[in-house]
Design a protein around this ligand. Structure first.
Ligand SMILES: Cc1cc2nc3c(=O)[nH]c(=O)nc-3n(C[C@H](O)[C@H](O)[C@H](O)COP(=O)(O)O)c2cc1C
Length: 208
């Protein structure tokens, strides 16, 4: 027997009794790209992006989607995006359970002259191939160079989201998350984003 379902077109979820837009709760869990950049003036920036993923293995490439900046009425760009365009570089820091609070704090919308590592109480680790700093407390970090950007369509009130595609040119992995030659996602309880303000942690791994 067919189950009862709700159907709505984008923007109409409340007509079906859904309190908040459930789109992100359906495309879940999403990996979190915790992106570090540096401005041309040398100010370090951090921000989390859950519209993020690996898009190619050989060569390794990642992408994330930067929405327009709330400080500029949704028509300007976020600091991470501006820094990447200016410098051509960024890093992806991997998030475990013990970094969730710092990751959220570092993602607040702050003035571009504030060092978001210091603001979130994090230590900088020097990258080998790029000038943007890495989060020393992260279990792994990817050094990336900008490959391309694509602008997605906007709406009447907001500019389009910018897709950022990056080439991974260097990978750091803490030895304490490597077990028998494999990365153990359970060792650092790899964090990902669900819908709303909900997160998921890797606590159970199955090999079907
Ligand atoms: C878990 C999490 C996921 C986020 N995902 C996104 C995203 O996919 N795209 C986006 O534009 N902003 C996202 N944000 C908000 C950005 O992190 C935030 O706007 C950014 O850090 C602003 O800082 P900046 O202007 O200094 O770059 C997310 C925030 C959190 C906490």
């Amino acid at each position: 027997m067919e189950k009862n379902t709700v159907f709505y077109e984008p923007g109409e979820h409340k007509s079906q009794g859904l309190k908040y837009n459930p789109f992100k709760a359906l495309i879940a869990p999403r990996p979190i790209g915790w992106i570090s950049t540096q401005s041309v003036d040398g100010v370090a920036n951090l921000g989390a992006y859950s519209f993020f993923n690996a898009v190619s293995e050989l060569p390794p490439m990642v992408m994330f989607a930067a929405a327009p900046d709330a400080r500029e009425n949704m028509i300007g760009h976020k600091d991470s995006y501006k820094n990447i365009i200016d410098t051509g570089e960024f890093a992806v820091n991997i998030v475990g359970a013990n970094l969730l609070a710092a990751m959220i704090k570092s993602s607040e919308t702050l003035s571009p002259d504030i060092d978001e590592f210091a603001y979130a109480g994090l230590t900088k680790k020097q990258a080998k191939l790029i000038s943007a700093p890495l989060v020393a407390e992260a279990p792994a970090q990817l050094e990336c160079t900008l490959y391309d950007t694509i602008k997605l369509p906007g709406t009447d009130t907001r500019d389009g989201v910018m897709l950022v595609l990056g080439r991974v040119i260097g990978i750091h992995i803490n030895e304490d998350i490597i077990s028998d030659g494999l990365v153990d996602n359970k060792a650092f309880r790899h964090a990902s984003r669900l819908g709303y303000q909900h997160y998921a942690l890797v606590e159970d791994i199955v090999i079907p």
